[in-house]
Design a protein around this ligand. Structure first.
Ligand code: PEP
Length: 241
């Protein structure tokens, strides 16, 4: 199982000390077969990389520019730059960025540039509450997958993170039956081998007992709760208990 920590726009140099507990945990037997990936803000990527040098925790970025070469794009960072400082993953298509105007075509360009730079892509997909109410979930997810992964031949470096927008940061999660149906739908929308699938949206040490029972899951994308080392470790431990 993969456990991806999305720190969003949180954290400073002092927060790095909170990682000591996670590093210790990652070297213990309790980690089981869990794979930990931290996605801090750009400003902390290199510090996290150095901090995790002697353990198996990986790092990823929370977004990238769509151009795979250097260029005059003030304020942006591309996949090649991320790879060069030790990132192995990048989150693309997070709903907080879709809300700001990132569309599926732009997301597709970002995915391509990330693959070219040999980063693993965590492609976020998910419906809003109003889309859910209008029973548009499946068509929205299909569109996000189809355009987001257009002309991507191999799925081996792709992870799909199903993150219902109405669940992010709200404490609400889909029920087991509902979630399983959607994950099955996502799996089946791929011909051949489907990518690994993560669930994201208000995952915490309380609801993980329910979420871990859901079929078709290869891990979790964890926002708010991942900023607490204790909660993050608890989520991993409980997944395997
Ligand atoms: C996220 O934004 O990717 C996320 C899963 O957030 P949270 O866990 O805080 O709902």
């Amino acid at each position: 199982m993969y456990f991806v920590a999305n720190w969003k726009m949180f954290g400073n140099l002092k927060s790095i000390n909170t990682l000591n507990k996670v590093i210790k945990f990652s070297k213990s037997k309790e980690i089981n077969k869990g794979r930990l990936i931290y996605c801090p803000p750009y400003t902390l990527l290199n510090s996290f990389y150095k901090k995790f040098k002697n353990c198996l925790i990986d790092i990823g970025a929370q977004n990238c520019h769509e151009n795979d070469d250097y260029g005059a794009h003030t304020g942006y960072v591309n996949s090649k730059m991320l790879k060069s400082i030790g990132a192995n993953y990048v989150i693309i298509g997070h709903s907080e960025n879709r809300k700001k105007g990132e569309n599926d075509n732009l997301i597709n360009l970002k995915v391509k540039s990330a693959i070219k730079a040999k980063l693993k892509v965590i492609l976020c997909i998910g419906e809003t509450l109003s889309e859910k109410r209008k029973r548009k979930t499946k068509s929205i997810l299909s569109k996000q997958i189809k355009i987001g992964l257009k002309n991507i031949k191999k799925n081996s470096n792709i992870f799909i993170a199903y993150e219902p927008v109405w669940s992010i940061g709200t404490g609400n999660i889909p029920n087991q039956y509902e979630l399983e149906k959607i994950l099955e739908f996502i799996k089946k929308s791929f011909r051949g081998k489907a990518p690994k699938i993560l669930y994201g949206g208000s995952v915490n040490p309380r609801n993980i007992m329910e979420l871990k029972r859901v079929n078709y899951l290869d891990g979790f994308l964890i926002g708010g709760a991942s900023q607490s080392a204790k909660k993050f470790i608890d989520i991993v431990k409980k997944t395997y208990s």
